[in-house]
Design a protein around this ligand. Structure first.
Ligand code: GLA
Length: 443
C-alpha cells in the first residue's frame, strides 16, 4: 500500500492496522469491478449525539461527536457525466445514472437514491456541467456506520458522496453551504431532519464533542465550540439492534407539533420564529397557551401553517404541549452540559443525560421497550454516571457516560442483561471521536 495512504489512515484512526487491511481489501475490490485502481478515497463519519435531541430543527443546541465508524468512497473520475456505484456489500446491487438537474428516483434502490439526490442538488447549484465517476461505497461492519442505529448512516453516506462529487468537480463551498446541500439531498428522499447530522459529519474534530448552535447567524453561518471530556471518562455506545426508521410519520409528527407550538405562541410572542426563542421565558408562564393534544384540522382552523410536512394528515393528533416542553427543557440541558464539561463536573453531566432521557421518553415519546431495558440496566451499574437514548429514537443506540476503568465490566454486564431480557444481541463499543469528512488520499 502507498505510504501516503498509510500515513493518512494512521492520522485518522486509533487502531490503524485493521483499517489498513480494510482499505487494502476495498482497493482490490474496486480493481476487480472497474479494472483499474481508484485514484481518490474519501470518508465521512457517523455520529453519536451526547445531548440535545430533536432540538436542531427548532434552532436549538446540540452536542454531537463524529465517530471513527465511517462510510468510504473509493473513486475514479470519468470524462462523461455518468455515475456508477458499487457497494462492497453484495446485498446492494450496482446502480448507475446520468447527472442532470432532475434525476428520477429508482424504486427499491434507497442507497443509490442518496447518490441521485446529491448529484441533483449539486447539478442545480453548479454553473458548469458536472463530470461523473466510478465509485465503490464501503461501510461494512464493524468499521462502517451501522444502518438504522441512530448513528446517522444516511447523513454519512450523503456527506461522503457530496465530498467526493464536489472535490472531483472543483466545487468549493463553505461548510454552511455544504450542510444545506447535504440536507437538500436527503430531502430528495423525503427526509427533512435538522442540520446536526450533516454538520458533525462534515466538521467533527478528533477527541472532542462539538457544541453547535443550530440557529444560523445573519451571514448564514453556525456558531460552534469544541468541548473535551475529562480524560477519566468515556462515552460507551450500545446498539440495541432495534432498527429505527426516519422516513416514517413519528419524526414528522414531532416536527409538526413543534411548528404548531410556535404558531400558537406567536399570537402572544409575535417576535418568535422557533421554539428556541422561548429559552429565556419560564415554562409556567407560557405553557398554558399550548394544548396537550390537538388535531391538524383544529390547529389549521386557528391559522397554524402545517403545510409541506410529509405524512401529516388532517386527522393526525399532535401532542403540542409535551413536545414543546421537551425541546424547551432540552435546550437548557445542553447549555448546562457545556458548562458541566468545562467545570469538569462529570456527575452533573451524567445527571443531565439521565434527565434528557426521561424527557425524551415521557415528553417526546421516542423511546421503546428495548432501549428502556438498556437504560435500566446501565443505571444500576457501578461506574455509569448517566445514559440516554441517542438519535431520532424508536430504537437504535444508547450513549452512556462511564468511568474509564469500568468500561469493560459495564459492557459485559449490560450485554448479559440485554441478552437475557430481550433475547437480542447488542453491539457495544466505546466512542472514539474522529475528524469530519475528508479526502483521505489521492494518487
Ligand atoms: C435525526 C435527524 C437530526 C435530528 C435527530 C434528533 O438524526 O436527522 O437532524 O433531528 O434525528 O435529534
Amino acid at each position: 500500500m502507498d505510504n501516503d495512504l498509510k500515513t493518512s489512515i494512521s492520522s485518522i484512526y486509533a487502531d490503524d492496522s485493521e483499517q489498513i487491511n480494510r482499505y487494502a481489501r476495498a482497493s482490490q475490490h474496486f480493481k476487480s469491478i472497474y479494472g483499474a485502481v481508484p485514484s481518490h478515497i474519501f470518508r465521512a463519519p457517523g455520529r453519536v449525539n451526547l445531548i440535545g435531541e430533536h432540538t436542531d430543527y427548532n434552532h436549538g443546541y446540540v452536542m454531537p461527536v463524529a465517530l471513527d465508524k465511517d462510510v468510504l468512497v473509493f473513486a475514479k473520475p470519468r470524462t462523461d457525466s455518468k455515475i456508477t456505484l458499487n457497494n462492497i456489500e453484495s446485498t446492494y446491487p450496482e446502480t448507475s445514472f446520468d447527472i442532470s438537474k432532475s434525476i428520477p428516483k429508482v424504486e427499491n434502490n434507497q442507497w443509490g437514491n442518496y447518490a441521485r439526490g446529491v448529484a441533483q442538488v449539486l447539478a442545480n447549484s453548479s454553473q458548469t456541467q458536472l463530470k461523473g465517476f466510478d465509485a465503490l461505497i464501503v461501510s461494512e461492519a464493524p468499521f462502517g456506520v451501522p444502518t438504522g442505529a441512530g448513528l446517522s448512516s444516511s447523513s454519512a453516506l450523503t456527506v461522503v458522496l457530496l465530498k467526493a462529487f464536489s472535490y472531483l468537480n472543483d466545487y468549493d463551498a463553505p461548510i454552511s453551504e455544504m450542510v444545506t446541500l447535504a440536507s437538500d439531498a436527503e430531502w430528495y428522499l423525503g427526509t427533512r431532519g435538522g442540520i446536526m447530522d450533516q454538520f458533525i459529519s462534515l466538521a467533527g474534530k478528533q477527541n472532542t464533542a462539538l457544541f453547535l448552535d443550530c440557529r444560523p447567524d445573519s451571514s448564514d453561518n453556525f456558531q460552534t465550540e469544541t468541548v473535551t471530556l475529562d480524560k477519566d471518562y468515556r462515552l460507551l455506545i450500545i446498539n440495541s439492534g432495534v432498527k429505527h426508521q426516519n422516513v416514517g410519520g413519528g419524526y414528522n409528527y414531532r416536527v409538526a407539533a413543534c411548528r404548531a407550538g410556535v404558531g400558537l405562541l406567536q399570537k402572544h410572542y409575535p417576535e418568535i420564529t422557533h421554539l428556541r426563542d422561548m429559552e429565556t421565558i419560564d415554562w409556567e408562564s407560557f405553557s398554558g397557551l399550548l394544548p396537550d393534544i390537538s388535531s391538524v384540522t383544529e390547529l389549521q382552523a386557528q391559522g397554524i401553517d402545517l403545510t409541506n410536512i410529509p405524512t401529516i394528515e388532517p386527522e393526525t393528533q399532535l401532542k403540542v404541549k409535551p413536545r414543546c416542553k421537551h425541546v424547551w427543557s432540552e435546550n437548557k440541558r445542553v447549555l448546562d452540559a457545556v458548562k458541566a464539561i468545562k467545570d469538569l463536573d462529570m456527575h452533573l453531566l451524567g445527571q443531565l443525560m439521565n434527565r434528557a432521557h426521561v424527557s425524551a421518553r415521557d415528553d417526546y415519546e421516542i423511546s421503546c421497550p428495548e432501549i428502556e431495558v438498556l437504560i435500566t440496566s446501565l443505571n444500576k451499574k457501578e461506574g455509569v454516571l448517566g445514559s440516554r437514548l441517542t438519535g431520532a429514537g424508536w430504537g437504535g443506540c444508547v450513549v452512556a457516560l462511564v468511568q474509564k476503568e469500568f468500561i469493560a465490566s459495564v459492557s459485559e454486564a449490560v450485554g448479559d442483561d440485554y441478552r437475557n431480557l430481550t433475547g437480542l444481541e447488542p453491539t457495544i463499543f466505546p466512542c472514539q471521536a474522529s475528524d469530519g469528512a475528508s479526502l483521505v488520499w489521492q494518487s
